[in-house]
Design a protein around this ligand. Sequence first.
Ligand code: SF4
Length: 236
Amino acid sequence: MFTAAHHLPISALQHLLFCERQCALIHIERLWAENRLTIEGGLLHRKAHDPRRASGDRRKDVRSVRGLELVSNRLGVFGVADVVEFRTLVAEAAPAASSFMMNHGDAAAIEVTPIEYKRGKPKKHDADLVQLCAQALCLEEMLGMAAGGIARGAIFYGRTRRHLDVELDSSLRAKTEAATRRLHDLIGGGVTPLAKREKKCDRCSLLHLCLPDALRPRKTPVMYLREAVRESLAMA
Ligand code: SF4
């Protein structure tokens, strides 16, 4: 169990799974820089969290809550869910694994579904799925549900404007728990890994702070600086 002082943001799991160095630069060294992708993502989240916006959900049996604060002492993480849907089910129709009974003996059960908003499109890696699953694990703990009580979640991708249904199965849960352990080890260790130049660096908002090219074996820091000066003179 973690105390509040050691809780880490769920969003750091995205950084960790994208690049451990990026995660360390942001959460150990407290560096941050925006690029087009982070600004677009931030705007989408702000809209999704706005409680004044109508949910657009006209189903009578569904209540959508925006910007719900989340925490898990077991995993040592906290965050904010874009949207959480609480759907009332008739008790007999409610599968035990995907719902929880309300405490006061209602004949109804509630199905809980976290929904995350992302600016782009489904990715090849699991970072979005892990972030969604971490939200579900927080909700299960906060609501006193059995592990596996939230069976599904969804991610809405801005570019494709489609919902991706996500099954929160045991393999995704194990991956999410492993990622939170790695996150605590990395941040608790306080050591930023060295840069490794990869294709994904071109999409990284910290590229100009991280300087992965400076550590390329074929290029010494002096060569890198000369090249940077040449480039800036050419641009002037
Ligand atoms: S530039 Fe590349 S190595 Fe550096 S933090 Fe970003 S993704 Fe990681």
